[in-house]
Design a protein around this ligand. Structure first.
Ligand code: PLP
Length: 382
């Protein structure tokens, strides 16, 4: 589903809340969660990646469905902390953890994903009892991704390079309290092919097996990160959830040495489909053969198409399909402010556009301070 709200709902939301605005459907978010949960083996835990969209309504809805949470900043830890969850339901990852963030995470029993020796040593210096952490490893196997989100298999700011793990483990043997009890490998992004996910996750489990057999590591958890994809265009097929769940079951069966739990940290899959961004056309401009629709909002609210080359689907509310080519521009003072090259019906000033699948990496990634436009309201529709 590309649009969580039909044209009548989009129009009503725009009239009630003004434009630009974001609207999130609680029902669609819950459907995504329960559909995914429903195909997963018991031993797989779902930890929502808060970065995708930290809206409190979304967090509360997922918490009620028994989600765990993957946080990457003190701000996210604080938002999840406000849910009052029992310990053990929150993870904290990030290549540049600041002191206050680490202290807050350790104080509240959050499981830290250590990104290298510095994290291990800093945690060891701050705790006075045995503390389990997960080690994030940047794998040596090829990372096949369609965008630049993970950064491929070359140099990386994330985790410890796989080839450096043996040396790190030797150093870690001298730590007083910190014990590596989990592995974290994130090697997929917006992947809708269940077979590819199966292959990536299989490679992660093989890496875990090597670390177990060669270095004697015992893993309570293997965290496979996020990366489950969603369609952004009518011709894109959704992830085959049944095949995906089956793939994970087969992997668990193939690795009987591993008796812990698998963690998945989807952000886009859980939050993307529930969101719509509503924005009006300010004016139409023809320039040297190009027809621009200049909108009330642009990359200050939706920067993802510019960063990744993945456009969000868009429709002209109440007008049906159309075939006129438009370059969608925002109101900012830069020609980087583009939301896509699209085909829409004939547009005029005041027309309402809806960008679908903007529940993830929409406003949370926008450049909201640039040009000091008002921050759009986010409407939680329950
Ligand atoms: C550590 C970690 N986990 C999970 C995610 C969520 O990824 P996605 O939204 O593609 O599922 C990200 C995204 O950047 C991440 O960095």
């Amino acid at each position: 589903m590309l649009f969580a709200f039909d044209d009548v709902q989009c129009r009503a939301l725009a009239e009630a809340h003004g434009t630009p605005c974001f609207a999130y459907s609680a029902a669609v978010a819950a459907e995504q969660f329960t559909a995914l949960r429903g195909v997963l083996p018991q031993r797989v835990r779902l930890a929502y990646a808060v970065k995708a969209n930290p809206h409190p309504g979304l967090l509360a809805r997922f918490a009620a469905l028994d989600a765990s949470f993957d946080c990457a900043s003190l701000g996210e830890l604080t938002r999840v902390g406000a849910l009052g969850l029992p310990p053990g339901r929150t993870f904290f990852a990030g290549p540049g953890k600041r002191e206050a963030e680490l202290v807050a995470a350790l104080a509240s029993g959050v499981r830290v994903q250590a990104e290298g020796w510095e994290d291990l040593a800093r945690i060891d210096a701050r705790v006075d009892r045995e503390t389990a952490v997960n080690l994030r490893v940047h794998p040596a196997f090829d990372i096949d991704e369609g965008s630049r989100i993970i950064g491929g298999s070359g140099p990386s700011a994330f985790g410890v390079d796989e080839e450096d793990v043996p040396a790190l483990l030797q150093r870690a043997a001298g730590l007083r309290h910190v014990r590596i009890r989990g592995l974290h490998v994130f090697a997929a992004s917006n992947q809708r092919d269940a077979a590819k996910l199966r292959a990536i996750h299989g490679a992660v489990l093989e890496l875990a097996r090597r670390l177990h057999e060669v270095h004697g590591l015992v893993f309570e958890q293997i965290d496979l990160g996020g990366g489950l994809g969603v369609p952004y265009a009518p011709e894109e097929t959704p992830l085959d959830l049944k095949a995906f769940g089956q793939g994970l079951s087969e992997l668990l069966a193939r690795h009987p040495w591993f008796t812990g739990e698998l963690i998945l940290e989807p952000g886009r899959f859980l939050a993307g489909p529930c969101g719509v961004y509503l924005v009006r056309v300010v004016r139409i401009k023809e320039s040297r053969g190009t027809r621009f629709a200049i909108l009330e909002g642009g990359i200050n609210h939706l920067i993802r198409p510019l960063l990744t080359g993945q456009p969000f689907p868009v429709k002209a509310v109440g007008q049906g399909a159309g075939e006129l080519p438009y370059t969608l521009a925002g109101p900012l003072c830069t020609s980087l402010d583009r939301l896509g090259e699209v085909r829409l019906p004939g547009l005029a000033a005041g027309d309402l556009l809806a960008f679908g699948t903007t529940g993830a990496y929409g406003l949370s990634e926008g450049m909201t301070h640039f040009l000091s436009h008002p921050v759009p309201p986010e409407v939680w529709v329950d």
